[in-house]
Design a protein around this ligand. Structure first.
Ligand code: ATP
Length: 306
């Protein structure tokens, strides 16, 4: 049996003349939490809808649990819990009624877990859905999805309307899924969220996967931030290739900050050592830095050139 719950191979999707997906290739291994990152319009929701059998692809291969989602949606749906990006609810039903309805539609029942989720998300199930804010509408979908005992959980930007406390609750719930060995695909703009929960990340831009891997694999592609203090004035670093954004932080030029490519760090240390290093701190890039790196045109050009 395949060890990947999701496999996408050169998937393409057109909407008329708009090529929403040009080349989407990635896998989601069983039991992993994979973050799916990309800006608005990059193709995250389209990819997810193809995986759910809601959209037919124009090219490439897609399988979920080894089956083609377009032809076998009825077989795969009971194994999936899904939270869409835009949650539309029946306005005249209460939140609690809708949670139960969503559960029944997926062949599941209201359980003690459902009540627990309502509590931790501080959700009032008695109000009519028309009175709910965006965040509360999202909570309805999240509570229904998280109280299901599914094998695969797909969340399409699930926390965009949640306050930080509820966001944290969501993160804790995903970590519980992870501990239970469930497979999760989480599309998000919230990089810190992805960083905390995901085993691997996949970055999509303009319908193409531009990078994928675990965080450590991605980090080597981006630059370290360095803060240094020396006895003698720092000279020559501005001419060293692989050093960027050099800024002196005092008048006698014995303190500086800069960004550096990993492969020239040794040379930079060798240049600084004779100056008498008093302090040296380097920090790996956060996912935020990586994201900016990939979404700047420069990042894209560099990647294409690799
Ligand atoms: N039903 C549709 N008809 C026409 N174009 C569509 C349709 N759905 C999506 N698109 C287009 O396909 C591209 C990808 O959209 P998609 O919604 O998948 O992006 P996304 O990454 O999920 O963005 P967001 O973060 O804004 O939800 C966009 O250019 C979008 O305008």
């Amino acid at each position: 049996m395949s060890t990947n719950v999701i496999e996408l191979n050169h998937v393409q999707k057109n909407f008329g003349r708009t090529q929403a997906l040009k080349n989407v290739t990635f896998n989601v291994p069983t039991g992993e939490v994979v973050g799916f990152l990309g800006p608005n319009g990059a193709g995250k929701s389209t990819t997810i809808r193809i995986l759910l059998g809601m959209l037919k692809r124009n090219g490439g291969e897609a399988t979920v649990f080894g089956q083609d989602p377009w032809h076998n949606d009825l077989q795969i749906h009971p194994r999936i819990a899904y939270v869409p990006g835009d949650v539309y609810l029946w306005p005249n039903l209460t939140g609690g009624e809708i949670v139960d309805l969503l559960l029944r539609l997926n062949g599941q029942n209201h359980t003690a877990k459902t009540d627990e989720l309502m509590k931790v998300f501080e959700f009032d199930p008695k109000k009519k859905a028309r009175a709910y804010s965006k965040g509360n509408r999202q909570k309805v979908a999240l509570i229904a999805a998280l109280s299901q005992d599914a094998e695969l959980y797909i969340f399409d930007e699930p926390t965009s309307g949640l306050d930080p406390l509820n966001e944290l609750t969501f993160q804790q719930e995903v970590l519980k899924l992870k501990e239970a060995g469930k497979t999760v695909l989480l599309s998000s703009h919230i990089l810190s969220e992805v960083e905390k929960m995901c085993d691997a990340i996949v970055i999509i831009r303009e319908g193409e996967i531009i990078e994928q891997g675990n965080l450590d694999q991605m980090r080597h592609l981006s630059r370290l931030r360095v803060q240094v203090e020396t006895d003698a004035a720092i000279t020559g670093l501005d001419k060293q290739s692989g050093v960027y954004d050099l800024k002196f932080t005092n008048h006698d030029q014995t303190a500086a900050t800069f960004a550096v490519d990993h492969d020239v760090l040794g040379q930079v240390m060798a240049a600084l050592t004779p100056l008498g290093i008093k302090d040296f701190q380097s920090t790996p890039p956060t996912l935020e830095d990586l994201f900016l790196h990939y979404y700047s045109d420069k990042g894209a050009t560099q990647h294409v050139a690799q």
